[in-house]
Design a binder for this molecule. Structure first.
Ligand SMILES: CCCCCCCCCC/C=C\C/C=C/C(=O)SCCNC(=O)CCNC(=O)[C@H](O)C(C)(C)COP(=O)(O)OP(=O)(O)OC[C@H]1O[C@@H](n2cnc3c(N)ncnc32)[C@H](O)[C@@H]1OP(=O)(O)O
Ligand SMILES: Cc1cc2nc3c(=O)[nH]c(=O)nc-3n(C[C@H](O)[C@H](O)[C@H](O)COP(=O)(O)OP(=O)(O)OC[C@H]3O[C@@H](n4cnc5c(N)ncnc54)[C@H](O)[C@@H]3O)c2cc1C
Length: 664
């Protein structure tokens, strides 16, 4: 039935102020107002239609993306949108495109690694989109190991130019988004060589295609690397391959904030740490954490609404069957994901603050918090993207068979999302970076250096090695200090165990390789502690709105106790809690799920997603699932004709032959 809210009875159950929760989710009333306005603008414009993506071939799909990108820019200019509004509008268009790399990596790379002069020259061109850029770092043979890149950039003092060359097949740039077909420029990473000396990897602005006819410039071979996972999905992006044959660029196109090459060919390092060459990755990893909360919340919104609509079993005395959301097993799979979406939102907010703080310090030549920023962005990017990818797939299963239909929105969401576990740093490689930071922190404890920031708890390592949880009854687990104590003790003990085992190796690098599984686990425990502690910190703030803070406390406890239960082996084997305390945590979880149940629809409504953005029949706001699923099936091109193409050609003769054989 059109116009009827099938979920109204669920919405009436909410025990909290949903509008106030919308503000908490968005970050502020202002952010909510802007995102609400931009999402409705996109949803109401048929030019941004996206329900046909799975049916389009690659060329059509790609052309469609280009049309939308150009149209989005036209609307941004016509409506005089601010940078904030424009960025929100692009995100609600919800289609991976070259613009993501232009705005998300090319512009930040210039901003972060360019000199004042370079910013003056390149930023206006990029900001007005008079040039389109991408981020060309990864090569066919080298991704994670950035120091292993092979592309050479050799200074020629005779002409005051750099000569860029791809010496081997494996040195071909491979993967950069936007590179394949659209970018006119790229920030290219290669080994800087002056006077025969290799100075390692640096970034350079390189023009790839003519601004007149868009053809590749001399010496450049460039194209798309081919279809990727899933129909539609990430195939709207032209991930590319690029080779250089002694391509010349002026010397001033080396990004020279970190180090520079003089007219005479002298390599000069500034006082800025060389790791700033990796700064763009730190920036993007930070944004990926907030994006994880968006992707997970979308999947959770779909699965929660559908779980309230879907009924199976339990019809008694003329009553309808039970809503599947009432099954405890459904709740135990769904509600921790709902809690994770909120947890990632808040840790993402905090990470944004940390990043901004590091940037402010860098301006004042204070580089002391850079290692912390690297470890936190790397670790949280890894933790949140792995959990979100797994969570989207779990949401598909939570929707039963219908979750497997493209019209559920979940297959495409998964296909678009899952490469986040790989890009911007493979998730295991990034956890190993966190482990290095942890091991370094522990090794410096003896020197009197006080650990700060997210590793501050290591300063209490002796106490944490001895501590015992004092939880005696299930409700004690609602006490934030009980939860924090257990998570800190587990993280500290896992790291200390690794450090002890490492010290048995005469060659520390050999030890690191041998113990890498344990180190990854220690890093994960540390990152989970960060998420739990930032959720708890968030709850110390003044949070207005009836019942809002109370529900967030419930979600925080669910996030923590779910992980305690999931990693019970860790908590028990490190002796942080007893098995009795572990089972009390599980008892408490059951009660917390019951508290979420009446509020579940309200909690996903607070994400404020339009039906256009969700792009899911199962997740429709009005819950009118079955008639719409039925209608949608008939729109499939296969149903355009009663008898499909190919039947007369292949199946009819086959049937006839089989019938003839049977008569013989
Ligand atoms: C408008 C808003 C929109 C924004 C959204 C935009 C989103 C767009 C998304 C588009 C989709 C996809 C784009 C994808 C892009 C990419 O994938 S780009 C390529 C990304 N590649 C990687 O991430 C490679 C991963 N590898 C690395 O980062 C490093 O090589 C590694 C961390 C593994 C280090 O390797 P090593 O060889 O050990 O390191 P080395 O270079 O020797 O340095 C060691 C030293 O440096 C410290 N370190 C390392 N990385 C950093 C860093 N990033 N920042 C600060 N410090 C760093 C490390 O801790 C060591 O320190 P130490 O003190 O010496 O121990
Ligand atoms: C959709 C998509 C978009 C991308 N966009 C861009 C872009 O715009 N620009 C760009 O430059 N790049 C881009 N990339 C490339 C991306 O950054 C790399 O693929 C990523 O950094 C992983 O590197 P890799 O492919 O070399 O993986 P590998 O390092 O080869 O990983 C393979 C396996 O080896 C393991 N492994 C590797 N090293 C170690 C180690 N030291 N210890 C233990 N295990 C290890 C990994 O865990 C993984 O299981 C993109 C990739 C994808 C998929």
């Amino acid at each position: 039935m059109e116009g009827v809210d099938h979920l109204a009875f669920e919405r009436n159950k909410a025990q909290f102020d949903v509008d106030a929760m919308k503000i908490v989710w968005a970050g502020s009333s202002h952010a909510l107002e802007v995102s609400d306005r931009m999402s409705r603008l996109v949803a109401s414009d048929p030019a941004f239609r996206k329900d046909n993506r799975a049916m389009l071939g690659r060329k059509e799909l790609f052309k469609n993306t280009l049309r939308k990108a150009a149209y989005a820019l036209k609307r941004i200019i016509e409506l005089r949108l601010s940078e904030e509004e424009a960025s929100m509008l692009r995100s609600f268009v919800d289609e991976p495109a070259f613009t993501d790399l232009h705005w998300g990596m090319f512009v930040p790379a210039i901003k972060g690694q360019g000199t004042e002069e370079q910013l003056k020259k390149w930023l206006p061109l990029a900001q007005k989109m008079q040039i389109i850029g991408c981020y060309a770092q990864t090569e066919l043979g080298h991704g994670s190991n950035v120091q292993g890149l092979e592309t050479t950039v050799t200074f020629d003092p005779k002409t005051d130019e750099f000569v860029i060359h791809s010496p081997t097949l494996t040195s071909s740039k491979w993967w950069p988004g936007g590179l394949g077909k659209i970018s006119t420029h790229a920030v290219v990473y290669g080994r800087l060589i002056t006077d025969g000396q290799d100075h390692g990897v640096h970034g350079f602005i390189v023009q790839l295609r003519s601004l007149d006819d868009h053809l590749p410039l001399p010496g450049i071979t460039v194209g798309d690397i081919g279809m990727k996972f899933g129909n539609g999905a990430y195939n709207t992006m032209d991930n590319g391959v690029l080779r250089f044959d002694h391509v010349r660029i002026p010397r001033d196109q080396m990004l020279m904030r970190v180090s520079r090459v003089t007219r005479e060919g002298k390599y000069v390092q500034s006082n800025v740490p060389r790791q700033l060459v990796y700064g763009t990755m730190v920036y993007v990893r930070q944004t990926i954490v907030s994006d994880a909360s968006t992707a997970l919340s979308r999947a959770v919104c779909i699965a929660t609404r559908y779980s309230a609509v879907r009924r199976q079993f339990g019809a008694t005395g003329g009553n309808p069957e039970s809503q599947v959301i009432d099954y405890k097993t459904q709740q135990a799979r769904l509600f921790p994901l709902l809690a994770s979406a909120y947890a990632f939102r808040f840790v993402g907010e905090w990470l944004k603050w940390l990043y901004t703080d590091v940037m402010t310090r860098l301006q004042a030549n204070d580089f002391s918090t850079l290692p912390e920023a690297h470890a936190c962005t790397a670790g949280l990017k890894s933790l949140t993207t792995s959990a979100t990818s797994d969570g989207i797939e779990e949401c598909r299963k939570l929707c039963g068979g219908h979750g497997y239909l493209c019209s559920s929105g979940l297959p495409e969401l998964f296909a678009v999302y899952v490469p986040t576990c790989t890009y911007e740093g493979d998730n295991i490689v990034l956890l190993l970076q966190v482990a290095r930071h942890l091991m370094k922190t522990i090794s410096q404890l003896g020197s009197g250096k006080k650990p700060v920031g997210t590793v501050a708890y290591m300063g209490r390592v002796e106490q944490l090695m001895e501590s015992r949880s004092d939880v005696q009854k299930a409700e004690d687990w609602l006490n934030p200090s009980a939860v924090l104590g257990a998570f800190e003790a587990r993280a500290a003990r896992k790291s200390v165990a690794c450090a002890k085992n490492l010290s048995k190796f005469s060659n520390p690098e050999e030890g690191f390789l041998e113990l890498s599984n344990d180190l990854v686990e220690a890093a994960r425990a540390h990152c989970q502690l960060i998420v739990v502690s930032k959720f708890i910190d968030k709850l110390q703030q003044d949070i207005p709105g009836k019942g809002v803070k109370q529900l967030l406390e419930v979600l925080c406890s669910i996030y923590a106790l779910f992980h305690l239960h999931k990693h019970l082996g860790d908590f028990l084997s490190t002796g942080c809690i007893t098995s009795k305390q572990g089972s009390l945590a599980n008892d408490q979880l059951r009660s917390l799920y019951s508290q979420v149940r009446p509020n579940a629809i309200g909690l996903v409504d607070a994400f404020n997603y339009t039906d256009h953005y969700l792009s899911s029949i199962l997740g429709r706001y009005d819950g009118n699932v079955y008639p719409k699923l039925y209608e949608e099936a008939w729109k499939d091109p296969l149903n355009d004709s009663v008898i499909p193409d190919g039947f007369q050609e292949y199946i009819r003769p086959m049937l006839k032959q089989q019938l003839r054989n049977a008569r013989l």
